[in-house]
Design a protein around this ligand. Structure first.
Ligand code: ADP
Ligand code: MG
Length: 719
């Protein structure tokens, strides 16, 4: 029996949640569990590099997989090599000279048996090297074939060996893997260490019981690992790197199941702790409903009922609510909040942007203040005195609900009696962050409920696998009377026409957004670009009130810009993508997005969701800069054809195609080594069913799986 943090992945040192669980420390398989520094040539320095890669045990080396392969198994005749190939070649030096063009370089001409020649070019070289390349010398080189400027094919800085009759070089008989590494740790070194670990491959614990392995048609773990680390050249590299390959499939399956199992354990754990228990007559709730100018949709009512049900349980709620943009998630959150408040608890509402915090502050004040409730706000940009007051209200329990960004959970902020934490538009918040927040809000051994809301379409199977620690609800209905947003895609050479159109619709009382997107790495440039656009639009449309909002304005400026737009004083709001999430101004019915080709589908869908929130017919103009790439074209077309988040997500996946690495936008906290939630979606039902079988019949397999895929206890120890 050993004491390890529960599902290590979730726990940071601050959390101090330990659970003692029985893990069968395998006695037959000790070597792979040894620390890497038991290997020859691994000292303090190398250990530190390996730790950076998350590698601590011998076994971790086995699971550190190549991201590409080189074929050094055969020598290519120069007559057959093509530009862009990485190949092994062999030939005799026919000429060596030092050239002084823009830079000094060593240039060496090589001819092979096919009587073709190639140039080797070195920008860094020693005099010994020059001497060793004497005419007639046999060289074996590896590198990427390039087209030289004048001189035919060439390789720049090839890896090379000099061949003599005494030292004939054997060819490797497997493809050569290239591993992700870190600065300071040479590829060669890492490759060597992994090769050493592979010696013990036969002792690796397969974890999957034989019957299960066969049922899901998985190859054995050792076969999968050997294939990926030392592939037989008969495999095509493309095939190896695609998840279709059985070796990859096995590992993807394992990784997904490990994550799923750890989430399930986490969920189990949640069921064992105590939540704050709420009791309410729904008095506030009904008062709120009476004051609303509309009735809730059926979907809103259903989800609210689910939330209330959850909060009556003895354990803390942990629920993910998905609802497309404009489905009315804020009111659902408000209803849940009232349940907690009526039971005498406080509520925290956390949002990703200041603008959204301001907006929620307005909505909640409007809804809650008539009920005699106090709405607080914490933002990173508040003045010290104001902030102090707000914090005091939280600590004393005077604020019933507090809205804020991350600032909400800084050290100084301690809620008197937190009953519910709502996280809006941030489901990518990792499980351990959610756990940390829950911990922070706990008092007297009871934990606050958690509600996570997102517009990001997450298919049910995906939610049940990847967010298995949470329950899942969908608001699958938009408030009545919404008209679909008409989306048009046009080139920016027609900018002038669009400006005229804005002028016309705004004079009839409509409001519009003009969204400037610029390569997003630079917020400064983005804001500058928006400022320039503002000047240009003001020039063209002197009859309109045009204003600006961007991330570098201070809170007050942003607030007054937003306020003027909400009240309708501003006709046209020039904005950066800061308005992407949550912003809700129902009267705005036109949006222009510049350089739409630069944004991803999910982001464009979110942005577009800022219009179409009222009863007026809305439109969205996606303006692009020619030429459009094939993928960008497909993306814009998808938006033009659909308003449905799920459909758009599906197309997104299709366009990108499997095998492509998805950005962090999609996966965020859920970092997988080889699995990809979107790409591997078809596997998810099997993951769930296999997990059931493991939990039911082979519980001893759970911990080893979690340990080797999820940064294990080791990471914890090194934290
Ligand atoms: P999201 O789900 O994108 O967060 P919001 O909560 O911001 O959506 O709601 C979008 C708009 O719809 C708001 O102006 C809100 O007041 C309004 N709304 C919410 N529920 C309803 C409803 N049942 N009927 C009509 N309008 C509603
Ligand atoms: Mg919202």
């Amino acid at each position: 029996m050993a004491l390890i943090p529960y599902g290590g992945w979730f726990c940071s040192r601050s959390l101090k949640i330990y659970i003692t669980i029985n893990i069968a420390m395998s006695e037959t398989d000790p070597i792979l569990l040894h620390n890497i520094d038991t290997l020859k040539g691994v000292g303090v320095k190398v250990s530190a590099y390996l730790a950076k890669l998350g590698l601590y045990k011998l076994q971790d080396l086995l699971f550190h997989l190549p991201f590409r392969y080189q074929d050094r198994t055969q020598i290519y005749p120069l007559s057959r090599v093509r530009q862009g190939q990485e190949v092994l070649i062999e030939g005799r030096v026919v000429q060596t000279k030092i050239l002084q063009k823009n830079r000094r370089m060593l240039v060496c001409q090589l001819t092979d048996v096919s009587n073709h020649s190639i140039t080797l070019r070195f920008f860094h070289f020693s005099s010994t090297q020059v001497l060793s390349f004497s005419v007639g010398t046999r060289l074996r080189c590896f590198g990427e074939i390039r087209q030289g400027y004048q001189s035919g094919l060439e390789i720049i800085h090839p890896e090379y060996d000099i061949i003599t009759d005494e030292t004939p070089l054997a060819l490797t008989n497997s493809l050569t893997p290239t591993y992700p590494t870190t600065k300071g740790l040479a590829q060669q070194k890492l490759r060597g260490l992994i090769t050493e670990a592979l010696v013990h491959l036969s002792t690796v614990d397969d974890a999957f019981p034989e019957t299960l392995r066969q049922q899901y048609q998985l190859v054995t773990l050792s076969e999968a690992l050997l294939t990926l680390h030392q592939p037989n050249p008969k495999h095509s590299v493309a095939q190896l790197l695609s998840t279709k390959h059985p070796a990859q499939q096995r590992l993807v399956f394992e990784e997904l199941i490990a994550h799923h199992l750890s989430l399930r354990k986490f969920r189990e754990y949640t069921r064992q702790i105590k939540g704050v228990q709420l009791q309410t007559n729904d008095t506030f709730y009904h008062q709120l409903l009476d004051a609303l100018p509309f009735t809730l949709t059926n979907a809103q009512q259903r989800v609210i009922a689910e939330l209330k049900d959850d909060m009556l349980q003895s354990y803390p709620m942990s629920r993910l609510v998905q609802g497309d943009v404009g489905s009315g998630k804020t009111l659902v959150a408000a209803a849940a909040a009232l349940t907690a408040i009526e039971s005498g608890y406080q509520v925290a509402l956390m949002v990703p942007t200041e603008i959204l915090a301001e907006q929620h502050l307005k909505s909640f004040s409007q809804w809650f203040e008539p009920l005699g409730l106090r709405v607080g706000m914490l933002s990173g940009r508040q003045k010290a005195a104001e902030r102090r007051d707000q914090i005091e209200n939280i600590v004393l329990g005077l604020s019933h609900i507090v809205i804020g960004t991350h600032a909400l959970f800084q050290e100084a902020v301690k809620f008197k009696k937190l009953g519910l934490l709502i996280i809006d538009e941030q489901h990518r918040f990792g499980v351990h962050q959610r756990l940390a927040l829950r911990e922070k809000g706990s008092h007297a051994g009871r934990y606050p409920h958690q509600l996570v809301m997102t517009a990001t379409p997450i298919p049910r199977t995906l939610a049940m696998t990847a967010y298995a620690d949470m329950d899942y609800s969908v608001i699958d209905e938009l408030p009545p009377g919404r008209k679909p947003i008409k989306t048009v895609v046009i080139t920016n050479t027609r900018r002038h026409q669009i400006i005229q159109r804005i002028g016309a619709v705004c004079q009839k009382g409509a409001q519009a957004y003009w969204v400037c997107t610029l390569i997003e790495e630079s917020e400064v440039l983005q804001c500058q670009n928006a400022e320039e656009t503002l000047i240009l639009l003001k020039d063209s449309l002197p009859q309109l009130n045009i204003d600006l909002i961007h991330g570098r304005m201070n809170a007050l400026e942003k607030d007054s810009a937003m306020q003027a737009f909400i009240t309708g004083d501003t006709h046209l709001l020039v904005a950066t993508t800061v308005i992407e999430v949550g912003v809700d101004v129902p009267n705005a019915s036109l949006m222009v997005v510049e350089n739409a080709e630069r944004l991803g589908l999910a982001q464009l869908h979110q942005l577009r969701g800022r219009v179409g929130r009222g009863t007026a017919a809305s439109s969205c103009v996606l303006m692009y800069q020619s030429p459009l790439s094939y993928i960008a074209h497909k993306r814009l077309e998808a938006l033009r054809n659909s308003n449905d988040g799920f459909e758009i997500a599906r197309i997104d996946l299709e366009i990108r195609g499997p095998g492509e690495v998805f950005g962090t936008r999609q996966t965020g906290e859920l970092q997988f080594r080889i699995a990809d939630l979107l790409r591997d979606q078809p596997l998810l039902p099997s993951i769930q069913s296999a997990a059931e079988i493991i939990i039911e019949h082979y519980p001893e397999a759970i911990q080893p799986l979690i340990d080797r895929w999820i940064q294990s206890a080791e990471d914890y120890a090194h934290a």
